[in-house]
Design a protein around this ligand. Structure first.
Ligand SMILES: C[S@@+](CC[C@H](N)C(=O)[O-])C[C@H]1O[C@@H](n2cnc3c(N)ncnc32)[C@H](O)[C@@H]1O
Length: 208
């Protein structure tokens, strides 16, 4: 498919960025903007669940290199287009896959970003776009799997920034990240109608 010529392609703006979003890709929203607002990228960055690529593009302006991963192949295609359109394709690699599975086992990052799917929902996603929000019965299926794998892909002195909602047990995320030896805390939040979205920072220091 030539995404650029797709009829259902919508153009949005975020500051200086122009981004194309297709129907089967998550459109940046408050949770995206909460990470964007707090993003200070350096070194090697992993943008987990890149969606349309917005956070990869912002990170690429400051970081040495960015790896963007998404399980939704439409998102990967959309991210590639936006990364190219915004002039950072030499600094970002886009990969399709499930969390850390497509990465080399030993790859480690200075910063790992994840605007995670967090809505409690029964069953598996029925379409690619549903991966953007479907978090299984507890809302934590992807979050817990991410927490189990992310620390070993983080450099000493590196940090994880993860966004989720109060609908899927924020305290458990902080607790589990601390159990993995990281120093986790909530650094920002935003109240919406039925939930509060929360940005958690988890740092791997020398004692980790
Ligand atoms: C809430 S959207 C965020 C998209 C984008 N980062 C943003 O902030 O606008 C979550 C993204 O994670 C992706 N995703 C969900 N489960 C995943 C998994 N197991 N591995 C990789 N990506 C996943 C979804 O396809 C979706 O693009």
């Amino acid at each position: 498919m030539n995404l650029h010529k797709s009829k259902s392609l919508k153009k949005i703006r975020f500051g200086e960025l122009a981004l194309y979003i297709s129907d089967d890709v998550y459109e940046p929203a408050e949770d995206t903007f909460l990470i964007a607002k707090n993003l200070k990228a350096k070194g090697l960055v992993l943008d987990m669940g890149t969606g349309c690529g917005i956070l990869s593009i912002l990170a690429a302006y400051e970081a040495e290199h960015v790896v963007a991963v998404d399980i939704n192949p439409h998102a990967a295609r959309c991210a590639k287009l936006n990364i190219e359109m915004n002039g950072v394709s030499d600094k970002v690699d886009v990969i399709v896959g499930d969390l850390f599975a497509p990465l080399i086992e030993k790859s480690i990052f200075d910063t790992i970003l994840f605007n995670a799917p967090y809505l409690p929902e029964n069953g598996e996603p029925n379409s690619p776009i549903e991966y953007a929000w479907a978090g299984g019965r507890s809302g934590r299926r992807v979050i817990d799997s991410f927490i189990g794998q992310a620390p070993k892909h983080l450099k000493i002195g590196g940090k994880i920034l993860i966004v989720q909602s109060t609908l899927s047990n924020v305290e458990k995320t902080v607790r589990e990240l601390n159990k993995q030896g990281l120093k986790a805390r909530i650094i920002d939040k935003q109240n919406l109608f039925f939930e509060t979205i929360v940005l958690i920072e988890a740092i791997k220091d020398l004692s980790s």
